[in-house]
Design a protein around this ligand. Structure first.
Ligand code: CO
Length: 204
């Protein structure tokens, strides 16, 4: 716990925007028992044990992914969730956990900022974590007119359209598509955004 608190405090020092609200602290603490109870089932994928979690936080601090720390898991209701994208180039959540009981899942993205799509566009793209970097680069190359999505990219499991200030968009997909073969990530394909705008999406 001391290590985790230290890591969190250090992450906050690095990323004031992400941790400015103390309400993120209870969420992080609450996540610990879940990680412990599911460690057995997830140990094979090496994503959930406490030591791994701490190690991930440590490595994230030295990279541009630090902003993902300290943000809560998305609230899921009736096989759907609503997340936000801001003018600070950030989502408001760091992970989405899809209930295994859902056959389809819907993600709604709300742009809470004031900037237009051309300068601060956001979307939600889901791929295997191992595909994210390549898909992100090729999506960026597709250009704004294409919504920064490469046409017919089979690596893209689901994606919303690209939106600007005040807009909302949704995408629904079959949960079976991310049930195995992961880990999977969601990210924003606007050029440069995925460094801060990404998180894990898993089925439990
Ligand atoms: Co974006």
């Amino acid at each position: 716990m001391n290590l985790k608190t230290t890591v969190l405090a250090a992450a906050c020092a690095l990323v004031l925007l992400a941790c400015g609200n103390n309400s993120s602290l209870p969420a992080t603490t609450a996540a610990t028992p879940r990680a412990a109870t599911t460690a057995q089932t997830e140990a094979s994928t090496a994503t959930a044990s406490a030591p791994t979690e701490a190690a991930t936080s440590m490595s994230a601090m030295s990279s541009t992914t630090a902003a993902a720390n300290g943000k809560p898991t998305a609230v899921v209701t009736n096989c759907s969730t609503e997340i936000e994208g801001s003018d600070a180039m950030q989502y408001n959540v760091s992970s989405i956990i899809v209930p295994a009981s859902c056959s389809n899942f819907e993600i709604t993205l709300k742009h809470t900022g004031k900037l237009p799509v051309a300068s601060m566009g956001h979307d939600v793209v889901i791929t295997k974590k191992s595909d994210m970097a390549a898909v992100d680069a090729e999506s960026a190359a597709a250009g704004l007119d294409a919504g920064y999505i490469k046409a017919d990219d089979q690596r893209i499991i689901a994606h919303t359209k690209l939106i600007g200030a005040g807009e909302t968009t949704s995408v629904s997909f079959a949960v079976s598509k991310i049930q195995s073969g992961g880990p999977y990530e969601f990210f924003c394909s606007f050029p440069g955004h995925s460094a801060l705008m990404h998180g894990s999406i898993s089925v439990e």
